[in-house]
Design a protein around this ligand. Structure first.
Ligand code: PHE
Ligand code: ZN
Length: 895
């Protein structure tokens, strides 16, 4: 195995540093190609650790000067290492001053200090600060920062950094400066600066305790009319964290800055969150309901990090889920509460379920495959080669599921008590996942030792369930089993604590009250069983008829439920289950079964047809007027293609696509009258507002169009064209366009051209235009492949390999969301993939590694596809100067 690119770092090797930094005084002389950074570190010896040198990490820095207490150190006291410096210091304290020069313009990685549209921006998580200056760049070094920025006034009228503005003023030569101070000690990954030409939307708000705070959203000129939703979302987030966890904003000023070139969604730098424009900018003409929703949740996520991440931070990067899993859980709860609030009391449960279903979809489509592949890792990994590869669905989404299970096991109040205790112990500290779970355990008087296995074991657990009805004594025995398949480096797994929310449904569809053997009376109709061993039995008594079990209600654990249910039973639960998540899940399971059977038949060249019983069950759910449209839109949406591929062995993207095409077309045709009727009833009158009730109607209507268009229904296509032309907002316009593009209709080209003409100067809308084309299916076998279109779009004036949003929209969509076209039998997609990964890696390894991961599960594909993929993986791995990021991904894929 070649390891030259990337040595492996192990969690077990963590050691505290002998020297830390108490205060840092930074000075930036900003210049596009030669920025000089002056850093004064007040270093303090750590008395608890054996003596040793000060460790400074540095990456792509030019060191101009280094002094210790004002003098250059002796040659032997300063050692150059491969990834930084080591300096011998004497005594208990020392002041180290370092001058470095960096070239922001040459920095195409978007990590460290870089330029975007002429302005200066930073990104330091995880290890970007070392690309700015030499520093003990680890999260367990928490220092107080003072920052002075100096820049050209014309180019950069706005100068921002963390904390409070101390002063600003003019300098000779058309330059100016600003000085900032952050009162809270923080790790270097939370440092940020912005120096750019921006405008601001600002509001004053009061915290719960009555302090006045200044909230700002900074955007480029011309975008002020798109900043309001982010501001509203920020205020809602503040209120929610005060109400739910008693957590208040601790600063006088909180800033959000939007930047067009950004690797991730957003970053929680203390008091100065930096966001991808995609998660800030919205107005009805350019953003869809889904965009509005994402902005709300990302703004909340970053804001919530102020406590879960910043005030209490991670001791080392292996603990990443400490802040990410917890913060994702918090943003999920926030979004669910916002939806429930907007829906009103009567529809609150359904609104919450819709959000939960969204979360489950993401988990199944992104995390389950990761957990079944060569990159599988526990939510707290044991090792990595490149930390940037571990901002994963496992750390984030499965991490949030683990926190949710704690919430389920401890209850809302117990969880809150645990949070309170966690902050009381660890505020201002850098801690571990154990510290968090310990606080939960202590606050609730519970032993959570076995629960910790969720942090240590990779792989999606299989939950088995078998029921046995005893008519003679009216008892129903549920036998639950668990087992987790092996993952790389973890052959054996131990039993986990799995909260299984259970209901029993009577033949008439009503929920039965649940009484376990030994209990004196029946209780609630849903209860949480705790499965702790490989196998456990639960005996329910006092039942008058054989029940149908509804397991894992609300998706109470991130597991794969293996339960034998025939079609009839699935249809019954689709119609009757009182738990909306399980109703949806029954529909997904039924659809999965039908799709995989169709794919098997079509893959073998056999004739195939969609079973009538499925069409009936699907139809009654999709057209049930008693149900909230947002829920029906979820129920009528088929499982994600990526998830289905994972359920197929071997994965055959062409056969799966053929099955999906047939199913879409059949449902479009057979339910045409229903879809058309929906299209008449659902349109939302009046001006656009972002509201879940309206969004649900628009989502269902757009899905109806999609089915109609797939079936080539003339009335449906005409309606899509009409709605596309007359749309008053992006959700309607884009929904109609998507329906046209996902059809064989020749109208799609005209619509794409019209859309382009209207939005040709709007980067975020063009991202949608790129992505729609990259995701397009072929509806006729002799139509040209999507790859040709993708290649042509690479040369579009608006496309750029340097902008992550563009790469994710065009290439990310093609590689991840269009498997049948990507894996075309001639292997052209695989060659293209390798070309792109190599080209991207030279500019931006993080983005390249994300694209590289699209092929990590290649061994699951058919032998012919594997034979086509392997040489491309090998070609990438053999590339000279390959980054550790890509080399880790490909190395593990080939292992
Ligand atoms: N910490 C950010 C978040 O989850 C994500 C991020 C990671 C952004 C690394 C940039 C770089 O909110
Ligand atoms: Zn986060």
């Amino acid at each position: 195995m070649k390891t030259e690119h990337a040595p492996t770092i192990h969690r077990a090797d963590y050691r505290p540093l002998p020297w830390t930094v108490e205060r840092i005084d930074l000075h930036f002389n900003l210049d596009p190609t030669a920025t000089v950074v002056t850093s004064r570190l007040n270093c303090v010896r750590n008395p608890e650790v054996e003596a040793g040198p000060l460790r400074l990490w540095g990456d792509t820095l030019e060191c101009l000067l280094l002094t210790v207490d004002g003098a250059e150190p002796a040659a032997a006291a300063l050692r150059e290492l491969e990834d930084g410096l080591e300096v011998d210091l004497a005594g208990e304290r020392a002041v180290v001053e370092i001058h470095t020069r960096i070239d922001p313009q040459a920095n195409t990685t978007l990590s460290g200090l870089y330029l975007s549209n002429g302005g200066f921006f930073t990104q330091c998580e995880a290890e970007g600060f070392r690309r700015i200056t030499y520093f003990p760049d680890r999260p367990d070094v928490m220092a107080r920062y003072t920052v002075t920025l100096e820049a050209d006034r014309e180019r950069c009228p706005v100068l921002l950094s963390n904390g409070n503005l101390l002063e600003q003023g003019e300098l000779p030569g058309g330059r100016h400066y600003a000085r900032w101070e952050d009162p809270f000690p923080k790790p270097s990954y939370l440092f940020a600066l912005v120096a750019a030409r921006l405008v601001v939307l600002e509001r004053k708000a009061q915290t719960a305790s009555g302090r006045e705070v200044l909230l700002q959203v900074w955007v480029e000129e011309g975008n002020l009319d798109r900043a309001g939703h982010a501001m509203d979302s920020l205020i809602h987030s503040m209120r929610w964290d005060e109400r739910t966890f008693g957590l208040e904003l601790d600063l006088d000023r909180f800033m959000i800055v939007a930047v067009a070139d950004f690797n991730m969604g957003a970053m929680e730098n203390k008091g100065l969150n930096i966001f991808n424009t995609k998660y800030v900018l919205a107005k009805p003409d350019t953003a869809t309901d889904v965009d509005y929703e994402h902005i709300e949740s990302v703004v909340a996520h970053e804001y919530f990090h102020n406590w879960t991440g910043n005030r209490v931070t991670c001791r080392d990067w292996f603990q990443l889920t400490l802040k990410e899993g917890l913060t994702v859980f918090r943003d999920q709860q926030f979004s669910a509460d916002m939806l429930a609030e907007a829906a009103g009391e009567e529809d609150a449960a359904s609104a919450r379920a819709v959000k939960r279903i969204d979360d489950v979809r993401v988990l199944r489509a992104a995390q389950f495959p990761e957990d079944a592949g060569p990159m599988a890792h526990p939510i707290r990994p044991d090792s990595y080669q490149e930390i940037n590869n571990f901002y994963t669905a496992t750390v984030y989404e499965k991490g949030a599921e683990v926190i949710r299970m704690l919430h389920t096991l401890l209850g809302t109040e117990g969880f809150r008590n645990g949070m309170d205790l966690y902050f009381s112990y660890h505020d201002g500290k850098a801690v571990t996942c154990d510290d968090f779970v310990d606080a939960m355990a202590e606050a609730n008087g519970r032993d959570l030792d076995q629960f910790m296995r969720w942090y240590a074991q990779a792989g999606t657990p299989r939950l088995g369930a078998r029921g046995e009805w005893n008519a003679a004594d009216g008892s129903y025995t549920l036998r639950l089993t668990q087992h987790t398949p092996p993952t790389p480096g973890q052959a054996e797994k131990l039993p986990l604590v799995i909260p299984v929310a259970v209901g029993l449904i009577a033949p008439d569809g009503s929920d039965l009250p649940l009484q376990l053997e030994g209990e004196s009376q029946p209780g609630a109709s849903t209860r949480v069983l705790e499965l702790k061993t490989a196998e456990q039995r639960f005996r329910f008594v006092g039942l008058s008829a054989e029940p149908v079990p509804s397991l894992l209600r609300g998706f109470s654990a991130p597991v794969l439920l293996e339960l034998e249910e025939d079609d009839e039973r699935l249809a019954f639960r689709m119609a009757k289950d009182s738990d909306p998540c399980n109703r949806w899940d029954a529909a997904q399971r039924y659809a999965e079964r039908v799709i995989l059977a169709l794919a098997a038949d079509l893959g073998q060249g056999r004739a195939a047809a969609v079973p009538e019983a499925f069409i009936r069950a699907f139809r009654s759910l999709a057209t049930d007027e008693a149900l909230d449209p947002a829920f029906r839109a979820q129920a009528a949406a088929l499982p994600a293609e990526g998830y289905l591929l994972e359920r197929m062995s071997p994965a055959d993207p062409a056969a799966l696509r053929a099955a999906l095409r047939l199913l879409y077309a059949t449902l479009g045709e057979r339910l045409a009258a229903d879809w058309l009727a929906l299209c008449e009833r659902l349109p939302v009158a009046g001006e656009y507002r972002y509201h879940p009730a309206d969004a649900g109607r628009r989502a269902l209507l757009n899905l109806a169009l999609r089915y109609l268009a797939a079936a080539g229904n003339e009335a449906g296509l005409a309606l899509a064209r009409q709605r596309f032309g007359a749309a008053g907002n992006m959700t309607d316009r884009f929904g109609a366009l998507a329906a046209l593009v996902q059809s064989a209709s020749p109208a799609r080209e005209d619509a794409l051209a019209a859309f382009h003409a209207r939005y040709k100067d709007d980067a975020l809308v063009l991202d949608k235009w790129f992505s729609l084309q990259a995701g397009a299916w072929r509806w006729q076998d002799d139509a040209p492949g999507t790859l040709l279109r993708v290649k042509a779009l690479l040369d579009d004036a608006a496309f750029s390999l340097s902008n992550p949003n563009k790469v994710y929209s065009l290439l990310g969509t093609f590689f991840r969301a269009n498997p049948a076209e990507f894996h075309a039998a001639d292997g052209s997609g695989h060659v293209f993939w390798a070309d792109m990964v190599i080209a991207l890696d030279a500019r931006n390894p993080q983005v390249a590694a994300r694209m590289a991961r699209a092929l990590e599960n290649w061994r699951r594909y058919t032998p012919a596809l594997q034979a086509s993929i392997r040489p491309q993986l090998e070609r990438v791995l053999a590339t000279k100067g390959l980054s550790p990021d890509v080399s880790e991904v490909i190395g593990k894929a080939l292992q």
